[in-house]
Design a protein around this ligand. Structure first.
Ligand code: DC
Length: 228
């Protein structure tokens, strides 16, 4: 594939975005950018530095203090805050419960979008970027845009399986499954760059598809767009 390619993948939590995006990046030899990890990393830093994450002004004032960096190698994506690896801590229930409030603050979005665009520009072959506003706001001229969906039951089941595989106890699994529904409502209903399908995005319902089927579909779409 020649020339930098941007594949924008959006969708709600549990739609399979991360797994699909990483596999597509791998198949096409592109970088991979998990923008949700960046919102989580900033949330982790705010919580650790005593900032009240429910106070939008406090979040706006503090959000440009830490250096949030996402490594874009699809074989080993990294996420650091001020040089510290936070890939573990950003997946805790505490960060997950608070990240939507942080992601709703316009100053946070402006700052992270800038870093996201710079990361994409630095990827030699191009990038697969996943999040909530990749196709609508961050990369409006993306080569291909995909909006992944899945039934609420399929999303909850996937998230629960992921958590169980990590050895998380059942009570936490149940709490985090409920959290997923609340988070989607918050992410879709906020004023600043809500989760939305871009007009020119292709929607793929992953509920009854295997990972390989979804990846084949997305890779096929990208190849079609590149050769068009
Ligand atoms: O994909 P994820 O669950 O790791 O994302 C964490 C949160 O960050 C999610 O609740 C919504 C928010 N987010 C966002 O607002 N915009 C993005 N581009 C990516 C994530």
């Amino acid at each position: 594939m020649t020339g930098p390619v941007v594949v924008a993948i959006d969708g709600p939590a549990g739609s399979g975005k991360s797994t699909v995006s990483r596999a597509v990046a791998h198949r096409l030899g592109l970088g991979f950018l998990d923008t949700g990890a960046m919102y989580r990393a900033l949330t982790w830093w705010l919580l650790n530095n005593g900032v009240d994450v429910d106070d939008a002004d406090a979040v706006a004032n503090a959000c440009d203090k830490p250096a949030v960096l996402a490594g874009i190698d699809a074989d080993g994506p990294t996420i650091t805050v001020d040089g510290v690896d936070v890939s573990g801590p950003i997946r805790t229930a505490e960060v997950t419960a608070k990240v939507s409030a942080v992601a709703a603050v316009p100053e946070v979005r402006a700052r992270l979008v800038e870093i996201q665009r710079a990361s994409a520009a630095a990827a030699p072959q191009g990038i697969v970027a996943e999040g909530r506003d990749m196709g609508t706001v961050v990369f409006p001229r993306a080569t291909a845009k995909v909006f992944l969906t899945a039934s609420p039951a399929a999303r909850a089941a996937r998230r629960a399986a992921e958590l169980r595989a990590k050895g998380v106890d059942e009570e936490t699994v149940r709490r985090m499954a409920g959290d997923l529904v609340r988070r989607d409502a918050a992410d879709s209903g906020r004023a600043a760059s809500p989760l939305a399908k871009a007009a020119d995005a292709v929607e793929v319902d992953t509920s009854d598809l295997s990972l390989d089927e979804v990846v084949d579909r997305v890779v096929g779409l990208v190849r079609e767009r590149v050769s068009a």
